[in-house]
Ligand binder design. Structure first.
Ligand code: F2R
Ligand code: MG
Ligand code: MG
Length: 305
């Protein structure tokens, strides 16, 4: 039985990973900028595009009881603020949607095959909360959510892996069973070989971070970050959230997104009890808890769905 506390843990883990990872994302310029704009007036840590798009997805699902692509595209666009640090192609796309252009006309504008950034994957844990047991509906919804901003097959595949990893983390299967399941569900050679590496790396307690970077990646592209996040969530599932966060921050690169995706999966395993206090440092964390509660009540199979 999945508990409401696991939903709270999942959403809070996503937001905490994002807000605490954000000051370390990217190079010196990005870090300097975040130093200037990374706190609210009342001293809370601001979250970035990762959490904003997750909130938008939750809001849109709660309103429609399904993934309504046009509504979701407008919800993303209405929330857009440059200061949340969106990826370049997503920024451009959301600004155009806000001006009235339909998402289908522009989701393959900057890149002919669509974006393979990790922007669709970073919001995918929410879909596992919408569809915790219907995998067919989950996968269908991953595609519908992703293709608005990330039409590239590798962008969608990364979102699929993060959604499935979150869904199965709610069930608390063993790491071996989770990775076997993800491998079977995976359509891409590149991701498959990363999942195989992940299984091997989890057997080595003293593996160096540079080996994780060179084999799994720490970048902004989905193939360079999704399996990395899954690796950290599985490695630290029985340890404190902060131990995982420290390692992801040391990894460098796309620290907010990797710790956000890993944080969501960690929270799906462990619930919110041990991270509730940490969440108080993050802006709007009470509202995030409320979204998690509403998603739990609305999840498929429950009355009112
Ligand atoms: N934007 C940021 N952080 C600032 C930059 C960090 C640093 N310079 C770094 O590179 O590590 N963070 C937020 O953006 C990420 C999510 O991005 P999203 O929404 O996927 O953006 P986008 O623009 O669609 O894709 C990101 C970049 O990936 C490359 N790319 C994507 N598809 C491509 C394709 N088909 N061909 C070639 N390149 C492609 C491009 O460089 C895109 O700009 C998260 O990290 C979030 O925190
Ligand atoms: Mg971000
Ligand atoms: Mg990021």
């Amino acid at each position: 039985m999945i508990s409401m506390d696991q939903y709270k843990g999942c959403f809070l883990g996503l937001a905490i990973g994002d807000a605490f990872g954000a000051p370390y994302e990217g190079g010196p310029l990005e870090r300097l900028l975040w130093k200037a704009i990374g706190k609210t007036k009342d001293g809370k840590l601001r979250y970035t595009d990762d959490t904003q798009m997750a909130i938008d997805l939750a809001k849109s699902f709660l309103y429609n009881s399904t993934i309504n692509q046009d509504h979701l595209a407008h919800t993303f666009a209405e929330s857009y603020q440059w200061s949340r640090g969106y990826g370049p192609s997503t920024s451009q796309l959301l600004k155009l949607i806000k001006r009235g252009v339909h998402w289908k006309e522009i989701n393959k504008k900057k890149f002919k095959t669509g974006s393979f950034g990790n922007g669709a994957a970073m919001r995918a844990p929410i879909l596992a909360m919408c569809f915790p047991s219907n995998t067919h509906e989950l996968l269908n919804s991953v595609i519908r959510s992703a293709e608005i901003t990330h039409a590239h097959p590798l962008g969608i595949e990364g979102a699929k892996l993060i959604a499935l990893a979150t869904q199965i983390a709610f069930q608390k299967f063993s790491n071996e069973a989770i990775l076997e399941y993800l491998f079977r569900q995976c359509d891409s050679k590149d991701y498959k070989s990363k999942i195989t590496f992940c299984a091997e790396a989890l057997k080595q307690s003293d593996i160096k971070l540079r080996k994780i970077i060179s084999n799994l990646g720490n970048g902004i592209a989905a193939p360079q970050s999704c399996v990395t996040a899954i690796y950290f969530s599985l490695k630290f599932r029985n340890q404190e959230f902060d131990s995982m966060l420290d390692q992801v921050i040391k990894l460098g690169g796309d620290t907010d997104t990797i710790s956000s995706m890993a944080g969501a999966i960690w929270g799906a395993f462990n619930g919110s009890l041990s991270i509730k206090n940490k969440a108080k440092a993050v802006e709007r964390s009470n509202e995030i808890i409320k979204f998690a509660e509403k998603l739990f009540i609305k999840q498929e199979g429950q009355p009112g769905f």
